[in-house]
Design a binder for this molecule. Sequence first.
Ligand code: ZN
Length: 121
Amino acid sequence: MPAPSLAEQDIRCSFCSKPKTDVAKMIAGAGVHICNECVGLCAEILAAQTVETPEISYTESMTVEQILEFLPRIAEVSAQVEDNLRVWVQRARDRGATWARIGAALGMTRQSAWERFSGEE
Ligand SMILES: [Zn+2]
């Protein structure tokens, strides 16, 4: 059985939401990803203080519409992180980790880990 993983098209940049299939490179972190385009933008921002920072952080001047527009992007990243967590939990299970050890690693009980990740009811 192949190791559990996310499908290529399901891997999205956690910053711009582009799928892996639409960018040249995707770098993986702990449950998140960043594409080469976002890394490039970050490098520009770091190199030159004059480059405008994209408006993604919360400010008092944001309208309700702007906040509501941002919510699905956050939810999408959250879903991707959850998918990645499930893949990594399955990898641990495949290598013999007990639900008790997985629960301990995540700061939850064995029962909570099983309920959240086993897919059984
Ligand atoms: Zn990106």
